[in-house]
Ligand binder design. Structure first.
Ligand code: SF4
Length: 568
């Protein structure tokens, strides 16, 4: 088999997570990933789609899912067995920093002559540090749109050409770091390709199903993604994807949108390959209601049958909910008011009222929404432990008001990291945060701490790390009690969750006792390792509560085969 031009590798958050005692806590309860953040970024698919459309051969290898799938899988042996003209590793969100750096070292050790590329939000933010302090990293492609720069870089690598003309590239020349202009920042997403059939073809070509899965649970809860926007018009203080952060770090002064027709094409093509929910990234009203109406009309014309998951960044009116309902067979909605406290919400960057949240939920639930998910968070500016308790009480009132309807509130900590590049990280004093790690190395070191309390890279003026952890477990217990009392989850599920939270809390205390001693080491924690592993997933709720559909990977097989036969 020919050597691929590029192998894209996705690391686990901590490379040797299987050998360490890590109580990862509820940090990933509300996303499809496991606590090792095994979901690779959508950028892998758009980069691979772009290069493949230009004749390059790209392989995706999700090292994290393979490590989770088999204890016998040896990442070092696997990396040694690979070859490629260039290796790419994502460092998009900061929780991957330790895994990404370790994986880069592994690649360099086995393939010293092959260049190692990193990309993603965090790599862009730390681009110069990566090149200065990490000889295992040869290139960083900066910004939110690196498909075209990657093609230029691949050409330069293949032909041994100079790199001065590759846009967005940070690289090394004779030991000094070169920073090419961040000049490729397209103002529209219409040139971006998402080849939804790519994964199926690659699985067959490389006989590697696990390595191409976007995340471990994809087979039981398959989901596809359509991206409406890069950039954001909002400014949530913790977020590196905010308007201010895009301007500061990724050279983007305004969001780039995908045209409604192409976005609807994406959704329809996703349905040809995957029977499961399609998540539309970005509030489709961000560019205005006209954009949203055009997109919905395009979907209506295409008679989409998959469940469509939409995001609301701000409250909506009943007319919008009705329009969605008239356009889609099945749809669900997600909204993140973060807290019941409107003052705290405003400090977090979301200046809207509870009445708007409730009206939106009512409008969508009345319009036939499959489920309306509400996400609340712990660790916000101005938020105290008492305020978190208030959020739990508010959730109870919501359950009461929407009794019998498909409203699903969730609460989890803002963890593990404030995003480097976000407003809170850049101006912690102003927003009431204390940042406990600044550099790549400090974050990598935090990542390997034995419990999630010590991994948090921040405290707030209102809550210490201890209080954030304690409030998270208390809120988890409170939510669980409410759901049981209202008959929303069976008693045995509630009992399981309750036991898990209590056990996690107890284990957290046991880890504290070890860590408080001078000179502690990993061996002192060995007896706690299995418990930590068992208690690191579905801590404050069962992950299945987030699943959108009852489909499985196997329900998608006929579509995948059909798409292969049609060669699309
Ligand atoms: S968290 Fe806030 S700032 Fe970040 S992408 Fe979502 S709406 Fe935009």
């Amino acid at each position: 088999m020919a050597v691929p031009d590029l192998v894209l590798l996705h690391p686990p958050s901590v490379m040797d997570f299987r050998k360490r005692t890590l109580l990862m806590g509820p940090v990933s309860d509300l996303i499809p990933s496991t606590p090792v953040f095994d979901m690779y970024p959508i950028g892998f698919t758009t980069m691979a789609s772009h290069l493949e459309s230009r004749g390059w051969e790209v392989r995706i290898a999700n090292v994290a899912t393979r490590m989770l799938a088999s204890s016998r899988f040896d990442p070092d042996r696997f990396v040694r067995s690979l070859d490629a003209a260039m290796f790419g590793i994502d460092l998009h969100w900061m929780p991957h920093v330790q895994g990404a750096l370790e994986l880069a070292r592994m690649v360099k050790r086995h393939h010293p002559d092959r260049p190692v590329l990193m990309g993603g939000f965090s790599a862009s933010y730390y681009h110069a540090d990566l090149l200065r302090g990490h000889p295992e990293v040869d290139f960083v492609l900066r910004g939110d749109s690196v498909e075209v720069p990657l093609e230029r870089l691949s050409e330069a690598v293949e032909k041994g050409k100079g790199l001065e003309e590759v846009p967005n590239l940070t690289w090394r020349l004779d030991g000094s770091v070169k920073v090419n202009p961040l000049s490729h920042v397209p103002d529209s997403l219409d040139e971006v390709l998402i080849d939804y059939g790519l994964m199926v073809r690659k699985v067959l070509r490389y006989r590697d199903l696990e390595g191409h899965l976007p995340y471990r649970n994809w087979k039981s809860n398959p989901m596809s993604i359509a991206v409406s926007v890069r950039g954001c018009t909002h400014n949530c203080v913790n977020c590196a994807g905010s308007c201010d952060s895009f301007g500061r770090n990724f050279g983007r002064s305004s969001p780039a949108y995908r045209s409604p027709r192409l976005l609807a094409d994406d959704v329809a093509r996703a349905e040809e390959h995957v029977k499961g929910a399609t998540f539309v990234v970005g509030d489709i009203r961000q560019q205005g209601r006209k954009y949203a109406s055009e997109f919905l009309a395009e979907l209506r014309r295409r008679k989409v049958r998959n469940e469509i998951v939409l995001e609301l960044f701000t409250p909506c009116d009943a007319a919008f909910a009705k329009e969605v309902s008239a356009s889609l067979d099945r749809f669900s909605v997600q909204m993140s008011p973060e807290t019941h406290d409107e003052v705290v919400r405003k400090a977090q960057g979301k200046p809207y009222a509870n009445v708007g949240v409730e009206r939106s939920a009512e409008a969508f639930l009345d319009a036939g929404c499959g489920r309306f998910d509400l996400f609340f968070m712990i660790g916000l500016p101005g938020q105290t432990p008492g305020s978190v308790e208030g959020t739990v009480r508010y959730v109870e009132r919501l359950y009461d008001r929407f009794r019998g309807k498909r409203l699903f509130p969730f609460i989890s900590p803002l963890a593990p990291f404030l995003d480097p590049g976000g407003n809170a990280f850049e101006h912690p004093e102003k927003h009431g945060f204390k940042v406990l790690a600044r550099t790549l190395e400090e974050h990598a070191q935090l990542s390997t701490m034995p419990s999630w309390k010590y991994v948090l890279n921040y405290e707030t003026r209102w809550m210490t790390r201890d209080q954030i952890v304690d409030a998270s477990y208390s809120a988890g217990l409170g939510m669980n009690d409410i759901k049981e009392r209202m008959g929303l989850i069976p008693r045995d599920t509630a009992e399981r969750t309750r036991s898990r939270i209590m056990a996690a809390r107890e284990l957290s205390g046991m880890i504290d006792a070890v860590v408080s001693k001078d000179g502690w080491n990993e061996a002192d924690l060995a007896a706690l390792r299995d418990s930590a592993k068992d208690l690191s997933e579905s801590t404050v709720c069962e992950k299945e509560e987030l699943d959108w559909t009852d489909n499985s990977f196997y329900a998608s097989i006929p579509r995948m085969v059909g798409s292969l036969l049609r060669k699309r």
